[in-house]
Design a binder for this molecule. Structure first.
Ligand SMILES: NC(=O)c1ccc[n+]([C@@H]2O[C@H](COP(=O)([O-])OP(=O)(O)OC[C@H]3O[C@@H](n4cnc5c(N)ncnc54)[C@H](O)[C@@H]3O)[C@@H](O)[C@H]2O)c1
Length: 440
């Protein structure tokens, strides 16, 4: 019996390594068809899933309670698996070089439990060559098995978009690759069980690895262009969003908007591409230029805020400044690599001590990661300057009256509204004499 048949018959299980934003939805989807082990080294996270709580908010507590996934932090359980999917983080070091330690450690763990005929598919975002030249040697060393004869590997980049209720794992076409025809066939058939939009096989692992980096780098580059325009148009008093709206009426406009680029994908993956390019003594000029532009946006927004406060006659050290939203993107509790902290840090340089609020972020995680105490939303009145940094639905849905209520009790004659994401009707506030509205 082949591996696919063994999976289907329940003779062996599929194990997902890394139960985060990527791994958890995968485990849940596979568990509708196969026996699934959901493994993570983070015991707290596993306990949360076991108790029916979904810290990622991707599936919701109800689905976590109903799933048949066997959540565990006991690596010995991995011996029951024949098909492994690795979805651990791939961050960067402070010097922006790839930090492959989680992937390497996952390979050691999987290697210790690898058996004859197994397949290991990597979903973590990596630069071309990592699966074959970094992961395979570790798997071989820890298992004592030979890749190609005893076990096989593949790569399938993840395209999910946390917080997005439209583009879901099941309806996003999935790139799949394998080290040879035979492994590709098993990988393709296995993913076809859960991907309604179908799989898209490519000819080799390096190509699949490159596809993921290119997808995210092209977003970074396009957003950087919008951000560069936003900085220029701010100097000459043109509203970037109005320009973009106009441009988007043309059939070939790309639809990008200016904004903060954070999280651990778009702001990170281009560095993986740059790292590979540098190894080849090639300079990725456009990719690096985009990174430089996007990395200064937090500072730019903070300085624009200070300018608007000065126009309103507000002294930075005395003004009550509130930031709504801390997560790296809308409708998602993920605070990793959020660039809202750049706004906060730069405001502090001007003696502003902003009050930060985000109902989606975990207060304990925020305290641990950034030393920020999240404020209780009920304290948010008498505000002099309101910065809406993240377009959570609950902020988007605020009515004009609800926004104005934040400023009630402020002793300053003029208030400042910084609409980073351009989510509020510009003209509504612009007509108000006591309001200064600035948007990116
Ligand atoms: N979040 C996204 O939107 C997204 C989208 C596409 C691709 N990716 C990529 O997918 C990968 C995973 O991202 P994520 O957002 O799910 O990360 P995550 O941090 O949410 O989850 C990763 C999990 O892996 C666990 N982990 C770390 N080392 C481990 C090990 N050695 N063994 C077992 N578990 C381990 C962590 O405890 C964590 O729970 C990354 O490479 C990322 O770039 C993420």
């Amino acid at each position: 019996m082949g591996l696919y048949e063994r999976l289907i018959s329940g003779e062996c299980k599929l194990a997902v390594i890394g139960m985060g934003y990527v791994g958890m939805p995968l485990a849940l989807a596979f568990a509708e068809h196969l026996g699934v082990i959901g493994f993570d080294v983070n015991q707290r996270k596993i306990e949360q899933y076991q108790s029916g709580f979904d810290p990622t908010m991707e599936a919701g507590n109800e689905k976590i309670r109903r799933t048949k996934v066997e959540f565990t932090s006991d690596e010995n359980r991995l011996s029951e698996a024949g098909f492994f999917v690795v979805a651990v983080p791939t961050p960067i070091y402070d010097d922006k070089k790839p930090d492959l330690r989680p992937v390497e450690s996952a390979c050691e763990i999987v290697g210790r439990h690898l058996s004859q005929g197994a397949i290991v598919v990597f979903e973590s975002t990596v630069y071309p060559g990592v699966t074959e030249h970094v992961c395979v040697p570790i798997l071989e060393k820890t298992s004592g098995l030979r890749c190609g004869t005893d076990f096989k590997v593949g790569y399938s980049p993840e395209r999910i978009n946390p917080g997005d209720r439209v583009h879901r794992l099941e309806n996003i076409r999935k790139i799949v690759s394998g080290m040879d025809e035979e492994s590709l066939e098993v990988i393709r058939r296995t993913y076809d069980l859960i991907i309604e939009a179908g799989t898209y096989p490519v000819s080799n692992i390096r190509t699949a690895e490159a596809i993921k980096l290119v997808e995210n780098s092209q977003r970074d580059i396009n957003i950087a262009f919008m951000n560069e325009l936003a900085m220029l148009f701010d100097l000459i008093d043109i509203d970037t969003n109005e320009v973009v709206d106009g441009m988007n009426t043309k059939w070939n406009a790309l639809g990008f908007r200016p904004g903060l680029v954070g999280g651990h994908c778009i702001g990170v993956d281009p560095y993986y591409l740059v790292y590979e390019a540098e190894k080849q003594r090639f300079t990725d000029q456009i990719v690096m230029a985009a990174r430089r532009v996007n990395d200064v946006m937090g500072k730019f927004i903070a300085r624009a805020t200070i300018r608007q406060m000065s126009r309103a006659g507000l002294a930075p050290s005395l003004a009550k400044v509130v930031i709504l939203g801390l997560t790296f993107k809308e409708n998602c509790p993920d605070i990793r690599n959020t660039r809202v902290v750049d706004i906060i840090d730069e405001l502090k340089e001007y003696s502003v001590e902003p009050i930060v609020c985000d109902p989606l972020a975990d207060p304990e995680e925020v305290r641990r990661e950034y030393g920020i105490e999240l404020a209780d939303p009920s304290d948010l009145h008498g505000v002099d300057c309101l910065i809406v940094a993240v377009a959570h639905d609950r902020y988007k849905d605020l009515t004009k009256e609800e926004i104005l209520a934040f400023f009630e009790g402020s002793s300053n004659a003029r208030h400042v509204l910084i609409d980073v994401k351009g989510i509020y009707g510009k003209h509504e506030f612009e007509k108000m004499e006591n309001m200064i509205l600035w948007r990116l």
